[in-house]
Write a protein that binds this ligand. Sequence first.
Ligand SMILES: Cc1cc2nc3c(=O)[nH]c(=O)nc-3n(C[C@H](O)[C@H](O)[C@H](O)COP(=O)(O)OP(=O)(O)OC[C@H]3O[C@@H](n4cnc5c(N)ncnc54)[C@H](O)[C@@H]3O)c2cc1C
Length: 263
Amino acid sequence: MTEQNNPPAPTKKRRPPPRPAVVEHIERATPGVVRVTFTGDDLASFGQTKPGGHMKLFFPPAGQPVDLAPDAPRPPSRTFTPRRYDVARARLEVEFALHGEGLASNWAVGARVGDSMLLSGPGGGYPVPEGVRHIVIVADDTAIPAAGMIIEALPRDCEATLLLEISDIGDEREISPLIANRPTWLHRAPVGARPGTLLEVAVGALPPQAADTAWWVACEAAAMRRIRDRLLKERGVAPARLHTRGYWKAGDQNYPDHDYGAD
Ligand SMILES: Cc1cc2nc3c(=O)[nH]c(=O)nc-3n(C[C@H](O)[C@H](O)[C@H](O)COP(=O)(O)OP(=O)(O)OC[C@H]3O[C@@H](n4cnc5c(N)ncnc54)[C@H](O)[C@@H]3O)c2cc1C
């Protein structure tokens, strides 16, 4: 049989094994947000990500030892933001938005100091446009950690408008000490708004923005698409100035980490 009839089996892309870490500190930042600091020798080489970059957390079954063999089956994973990375102390901070039933959300509610975790990444992220003078950041609870990273990467003279949707007033918190303007907080609770709808309305109500304004939008996937559509069609935002991302999708478990809505 010729090589053409019998092509070589495709080689499977091998990713580096995830790094083991343990929970060092847990803080209930607000009723709806658990802030967890991970540590471990392997985090010393984790690396900085671009603002808004992501990583995978692999959730080992509770009470079982973590199997670190390269070919060991990996526990189920979810996508999160490495909010603060301290290379000198090999520490990594993650903020979990509690949303009810879900592997990660449940884990965060029950997390204890010393719990094991596996992490891979970091990757991706938002290349803050060079010389940007004004940015509009539109984010729900899951994307607030990424929004904080972006704010910290902006040029000093860049003006940021922040529309942030959260569950309830008690979930308002400091996003970054570098924020000059108060964010506009949108609370779903009083009206039981569907995720993303308040962001959509708030974007529609913004006054006209300068043509060179950058837009960063991250929230529930269907809401992100509606917002993206409005920005492109109603406001004539140039696609190059617009970065949109679906962080989760209503009804879907473990939503993929690469939904930019450009379909
Ligand atoms: C690049 C990127 C970075 C992210 N960073 C963060 C982060 O730093 N912090 C963070 O909290 N999340 C973050 N997310 C979102 C997170 O990955 C999802 O919310 C994930 O689904 C949570 O996993 P889970 O196991 O709790 O729920 P899953 O098992 O994935 O889902 C269970 C059910 O809950 C629903 N669900 C999932 N998330 C929410 C929500 N927020 N509100 C209401 N219902 C929900 C699902 O639609 C599904 O019906 C990020 C996502 C991406 C793509």
